[in-house]
Design a protein around this ligand. Structure first.
Ligand code: PLP
Length: 417
């Protein structure tokens, strides 16, 4: 497989952020005649040239299906696809044979819901979730609870957007069989102390599912050491292609869980009398996967590791501090989520300005932010607001962009006054 080099991964002891930014072709475009300022990375991340080129290279030179053909192209495709699984496993510090490749976090959480929870939960059992969860970490549990006669219990938050830990631990009662929790909130930016929480849950015999969608792109992870039972990630938020993601699970769970989707690739032998399934993780990967997408995700992992996850975390902390300081100077602006451990996500509202109006006016200035409910209706209901604006930063953003964003925000607000 052709190696596609990144043009500008700098000396990792002192990253050259300007050169790193230049690796992202889309960031050079204009929107509405203005230079783009992309502040929507919590929604989806931009892609470096090496990721785009690896997908292009696969289709130009190696395209074939995986695990089926013995011809050269088939072998190359299979090696590259399994190579991507190995890279992702290295990135998460887990075993590759415990990593199920799938279309993203939504699929990963549904896999746990239907394959682990549905056959096990009994009437009267509870699934504990936090108030800050994305709908992907609420709705699958509701669907399973409806079918098993279980119920959903909610762990509430402190005013700063962090989890109320004593209340969470008090809610871990004997009928709770599963805890589903975000590692990092996509609305508040709160970083949850998942290691400590999973330890407490384990002590009480509660199985834990951590939604790592907003953690994997921004910090160095050691999933095996978190002590959870399941960890879900999504590729498109970590510089990879859409339609890629993974579920890590403890081996004993993968072995005990029945397949979720049936079809080719996940079997060892099929007859009309019955089917013998393949071993995990392949047992959960029916059908032709997003081969090019995963090869792109492997390139994204190479890219992130080339920059260095510790550098990325430090860079994004500095950008967050700068943006928070500047936004707090704006009269009438309220930030939702001020937890001491916070990722570079800022949800806010300005008194007297509707969030969609602000986002629309900002777009005219070339600034892309998200406005709305961020797939977190229960959280917004508890905050007492119908919608917020959300600016989410990544390492490829610049301090200059933050200054220009704040100028554009002041201008937009004045037009709505
Ligand atoms: N969980 C969180 C915290 C998210 O932010 C998102 C995406 O916005 C998801 C889950 C859904 O992930 P996917 O896009 O892979 O379905």
């Amino acid at each position: 497989m052709t190696m596609v080099a990144s043009s500008a991964i700098a000396d990792t002891t002192n990253p050259d952020w300007a050169r790193i930014r230049a690796d992202f072709p889309l960031l050079t475009r204009e929107v509405q005649g203005k230079p783009l300022i992309y502040l929507d990375s919590a929604n989806t991340g931009q892609k470096p040239a090496s990721v785009i080129e690896s997908v292009d290279d696969f289709y130009r030179h190696h395209n074939a299906n995986v695990s089926r053909a013995v011809h050269t192209l088939g072998t190359e495709a299979t090696d590259a696809y399994e190579g991507a699984r190995n890279k992702l496993a290295g990135f998460l510090r887990v075993r590759a044979d415990e990593l199920v490749l799938c279309s993203g976090t939504t699929f990963a959480l549904n896999l746990v819901a239907y394959s682990w929870a549905l056959p096990r939960l009994q009437p009267g059992d509870s699934i504990l979730v936090s108030r800050m969860e994305h709908h992907a970490n609420i709705v699958p549990w509701q669907l399973v609870a409806e079918r098993t006669g279980g119920r959903i219990k909610v762990a509430e938050l402190m005013p700063d957007g962090s989890l109320d830990l004593p209340a969470l631990y008090a809610a871990m009662t004997s009928e709770v069989k599963l805890l589903a929790l975000a590692h990092v909130s996509n609305v508040l930016g709160t970083v949850n102390p998942v290691r400590e929480i999973c330890r407490e849950a384990r002590r009480r015999g509660i199985v834990t599912v951590v939604d790592g969608s907003q953690a994997a792109p921004h910090r160095s992870l050691d999933v095996a050491s978190i002590g959870c039972d399941f960890y879900a990630i999504t590729g498109h938020k970590m510089c990879g292609p859409t339609g890629t993601g993974a579920l890590w699970a403890r081996r004993e769970h993968l072995q005990a869980m029945p397949p979720f989707i049936g079809g080719g690739e996940m079997i060892r032998e099929v007859s009309f009398e019955g089917t013998v399934f393949n071993d995990a993780p392949h047992k959960f990967e029916a059908g032709t996967p997003n081969i090019a997408g995963f090869i792109g995700l492997g390139a994204a992992v190479d890219y992130l590791q080339g920059v260095g996850m510790d550098h990325i975390e430090a860079r994004e902390s500095a950008l967050l501090a700068h943006a928070t300081e500047e936004l707090q100077k704006i009269e009438g602006l309220r930030i939702f989520g001020n937890a001491p451990e916070k990722a570079a996500v800022i949800s806010f509202l300005i008194e007297g300005a509707h969030s969609h109006d602000l986002a629309t006016l900002l777009d005219l200035e070339g600034v892309a932010i998200r406005s709305g409910q961020h797939c977190a209706h229960p959280l917004l209901q508890s905050l007492g607001v119908a919608a917020t604006c959300r600016a989410s930063l990544a390492f490829y953003n610049t301090h200059d962009e933050i200054e220009r964003f704040v100028v554009a925000l002041r201008k937009s607000r004045s037009l709505l006054a």
